[in-house]
Design a protein around this ligand. Structure first.
Ligand code: NAD
Length: 458
């Protein structure tokens, strides 16, 4: 193995490795050396934080807009941050203490809105980053919400349902004072789902009476909206449909890869497949598989939901998750965690289009590499807005105690996603910049304008 130090696109010296030996010993050795050199473990997340990623894109847009220094501070820093202690007695008989966060970034355009994540790597900076991203996302989508995010640093995948319920209720008890249907409305994110939202609503209801509009992403039986569960994945597919003709792609000839076969990834894959596209590789936290003849997304979804481990899925070859990014395809959909496409793997990517289902999956250095390679990147701030758009529909339905049919929800989602794509892509063309920069310009401008009009800032 040869190691050299080269200049990364962002100008920092980094270690690069040429490594062809894939034996377990060599992989362990590579991981050790990578850790020592400060680069990510193979196939893992970058060392650059989500906060650094969002800050980089925010600063670039603020510069281009000529936003005054004092206003940059106003629009970067969160409005309110709540940190709470969540002590839970687990099956081992001991009390474990987790930290919970709710961060309300900016509410100029409406009530705060954003998901709640249960993951051991949650920390306050990650939640700050995701809250800020929500502010720009709701503005780009044009839905009347501000931006927020929440999280609890618990190991959700190792906990029993009853333990998760205790954590959800305890978290709600401690943050309910800053929530409300006209103040702040949580939703699902990584390792939380419709069931978690049902517990949130029930706990909030003990204090305030039945209040379905307190959160979105609820089960259909508890005033959830048709189409919400699939909305983020479906929104990504609407983005693909808008962008494909410009890249000369037709669905029947399109191959795609999904990183993270959870809510967003599985729905995105299943709807891409309905269009006629073929999934050639996919991963989740357990591993990765590929098949050039195609992996049936519906069957894989049934297999995983029935308790199967993704790498054991029949008819596909298990591959090293590190190699997923290098699988040749037309469209790559990151739908796992932040920072997974970084300066040490971006140059291996062979896709023509990257649709960011996940939040902050691409570090700024990787973004630069992909732009240079000519990969068409549809950024998180617009690509995965489908979830918050249908959350908006759910909230509207809850406030009216009325339910729309799924077709109506999907059609309205399509209208909003298409509009967002067209507004951002025409701005990108006008200014000769990538979609990501254009999306941040559009989002920040709208929030600044709302804040000025309200009289928050001058
Ligand atoms: P989820 O928990 O349903 O799925 C996450 C998936 O990622 C799981 O399949 C998990 O196994 C996989 N994963 C975890 N670590 C991985 C790794 N190292 N390599 C490959 N896969 C890995 O969560 P979700 O709701 O689908 O969210 C996924 C992403 O989409 C997150 O970044 C989230 O913030 C973003 N997002 C979600 C929504 C939504 O409506 N759920 C909306 C907007 C953005």
């Amino acid at each position: 193995m040869a190691e050299s130090r080269t200049a990364a696109p962002d100008g920092e010296a980094v270690a690069e490795r040429e490594d062809t030996d894939k034996s377990p010993e060599a992989t362990d050795r590579a991981s050790e050396e990578a850790r020592a050199a400060g680069v990510p473990k193979p196939g893992q997340r970058a060392e650059v934080s989500n906060l650094d990623i969002v800050r980089h894109y925010f600063d670039g847009a603020a510069e281009r807009l000529g936003l005054r220094e004092d206003l940059r501070t106003v629009f970067w820093s969160p409005y309110r941050e709540v940190t709470v202690q969540i002590p839970i007695k687990l099956a081992d008989g001991k009390v474990h203490v987790y930290s919970g966060y709710r961060i309300q970034h900016n509410g100029a355009r409406g009530p705060y809105k954003g998901g709640v994540r249960f993951h051991p790597e949650v920390d306050i900076d990650e939640v700050r980053a995701l809250a800020s991203l929500m502010t720009w996302k709701t503005a780009v989508a044009g839905v009347p919400f501000g931006g927020a995010k929440g999280g609890v640093n618990c190991p959700a995948d190792k906990l029993e349902q009853s333990e998760l319920q205790s954590i959800a209720r305890s978290f709600m008890d401690k943050i309910e004072k800053v929530l409300g249907p006209t103040r702040d409305i949580p939703a699902p994110d990584v390792n939380t789902n419709a069931q978690t939202m049902a517990w949130f609503m029930d706990e909030y209801g003990k204090l305030h009476g039945h209040t379905p509009a307190i959160c979105t992403g609820k089960p259909i039986t508890l005033e959830g909206s048709h189409g919400r569960e699939a909305a983020t994945g479906r929104g990504c597919v609407y983005m693909f449909r808008e962008a494909a003709p410009h890249l000369g792609m037709s669905p029947a000839d399109t191959t795609f890869v999904v990183q993270g076969f959870g809510n967003v990834g599985a729905w995105g894959a299943r709807i891409m497949q309905q269009l006629g596209c073929k999934m050639v590789a996919v991963s989740d936290a357990h591993g990765a598989i590929r098949s050039d003849t195609g992996i049936d997304a519906d069957e894989l979804d049934r297999f995983v939901k029935a308790g199967g481990k993704l790498p054991d899925f029949e008819g596909a070859e298990a591959i090293d998750p590190e190699d997923l990014v290098a699988v040749e395809c037309d469209v790559f959909i990151p739908a796992a965690l932040g920072g997974m496409i970084h300066e040490h793997n971006a140059d291996r990517m062979q896709c023509k289009m990257l649709i960011e289902g996940a939040n902050s999956p691409t570090t700024p250095a990787a973004d630069g590499i992909l732009n240079e390679k000519g990969v068409y990147v549809i950024p998180d701030v617009m690509a995965n807005a489908g979830g918050v758009v249908v959350s908006y529909f759910e909230w509207v339905q809850n406030l009216q105690h009325f339910r729309w049919e799924e077709r109506e929800v999907n059609d309205k989602l399509g209208t909003i996603m298409r509009r967002a794509y067209r507004e951002v892509s025409s701005r990108a063309k006008e200014e000769g910049i990538p979609l990501r920069e254009a999306a941040y310009l559009v989002g920040i401008e709208r929030v600044v304008e709302a804040s000025r009009t309200r009289g928050y800032v001058s």
